[in-house]
Structures are given as C-alpha cells and as structure tokens.
Design a binder for this molecule. Sequence first.
Ligand SMILES: Nc1ncnc2c1ncn2[C@@H]1O[C@H](COP(=O)(O)OP(=O)(O)O)[C@@H](O)[C@H]1O
Ligand SMILES: [Mg+2]
Length: 234
Amino acid sequence: MSELLRIENLSAGYGEAVVLHDISFSLGEGQTLALLGRNGTGKTTLINTLAGATRQHAGTITLGGNALHKLPSHQRAAVGIGWVPQERNIFKSLTVHENLTAVERPGRWNAQRVYEMFPRLAERKSNLGTQLSGGEQQMLAVGRALVVNPTLLLLDEPLEGLAPIIVEELLRAIRRITRDEGLAAIVVEQHPQAILAISDEAVVLDHGTVVHADHAATLRTQPEVLDRLLGVSR
Ligand SMILES: Nc1ncnc2c1ncn2[C@@H]1O[C@H](COP(=O)(O)OP(=O)(O)O)[C@@H](O)[C@H]1O
Ligand SMILES: [Mg+2]
C-alpha cells in the first residue's frame, strides 16, 4: 500500500498560540484513521490545519506528493482535501442541490450519487439549507465534501448531537465511503467504538500531542487503554 498522507513535526495553532506540538504520523492510500482524544485536546485544530484554516508554525504535510502546508486553504480541495468541519458550514441560503453543484468537481462522486446514498437529501433537493434538520445538514456537509472528489476526507465529529437513527444512517454511509469505495479518511470522534470498528489506524491526542498510535483493531480490544486515554471504554 502506498503512502497518501505524511505529517512531520507539525506545530500549529491560532495567532501566537501554539495548540499542536510536534505531531507526526502517516496514512496509506484508502486507509481510514480514527482521530481520538478528550475535549480540547486539539483534534479540530489538527483537522483545520490539514484544511489550511489555522496558523502553521512548523513542520510539513505531504498529500499524494504535494506539499500541502505550502498551499492556501482555497487551493487544498484541488489537491485532494474534502473537509466536513465540526460546525457543518453548508450554504444556508442555497438549496440542497445548489450546495452540491456549487462545489462539484469531476470524478466518481456527483450529486446523483450523493442522493443515492442519502435518499433524504434527494427528497429535499429544492429545500434551502435553513430548512434542514441537523441530521440532514450533516448529510449535506458530507455530500459536499464528496462531490469535490477528494483523495482524503476529513470528518470532524460527524455524529455529534444527532438522533440515534440518523447516527446509524451516517455510520452506514461513512462505512460505505471508506470501506466499499476505498476513500481515505480521518474521522474525529469522542466516542470511539463505532469509529474504531470502521477504521484501520488510530491516533490519540492529548494536550496537542500524539500520546498513542496503533492499529484500530488493536486499540478496540484494549478497554483499559481507551479508559486511561479517553475516559471511556465503550
Ligand atoms: N479559534 C481559536 N483561537 C484560539 N484558541 C483556540 C481556538 N480554537 C480552539 N482553541 C484552543 O485550542 C485547543 C484545542 O481545541 P480543539 O482543537 O477545538 O480541540 P478538540 O477538537 O479536540 O475538542 C483548546 O485549548 C482550545 O481552547
Ligand atoms: Mg473538536
């Protein structure tokens, strides 16, 4: 398996504040990585740094041979980043369909395939972003990242605050995108078991540094490690 992403000695934050310290790890093509850690440990800052939305102080990020850290945020989609931010920033004044077509780039994912995966969105094609439930907004946010046809999908707490039935639907979709379609992804979650079950690798952050990295399958069978690092075992 060849390497897709390599992060080396990365430090980043906001303004003068350094949140991430000396982060290094890599991810193979088509692999899924669970990014775990308690609240405030830097998970969103790391995702946002990959998307180019923080201030990077040191280190390098390489994606498919491109020096990602040298590119401004708006050029990162063109080299393969698909970003679903924690705050799901869909265009609220556009319809579902316009949200998708506004960012579509050529490739295997298009609006039609997003509708096949999320039939709810197909039904709401002409609705404005403001008229969607939280779950539908999240589905649209995932759809928007997919139609960019990325090589690496970044999902920041995609299940947060959603009703259990929607969580199931999104998990199925994420499993399909990462497992069946083989798209590489980094998925942030505070509740690790469901995500570890569909991930290949796992990285745990604490105070902005990597405190644990292992195969997801191994970490999944170590409740005492999960409990120590995350304060949860399930
Ligand atoms: N926009 C910001 N400006 C300054 N500090 C921030 C900002 N966003 C987050 N932080 C700080 O960065 C740290 C990590 O936050 P974050 O990456 O959101 O953690 P997580 O996603 O793991 O909950 C926290 O101490 C938080 O207060
Ligand atoms: Mg966060």
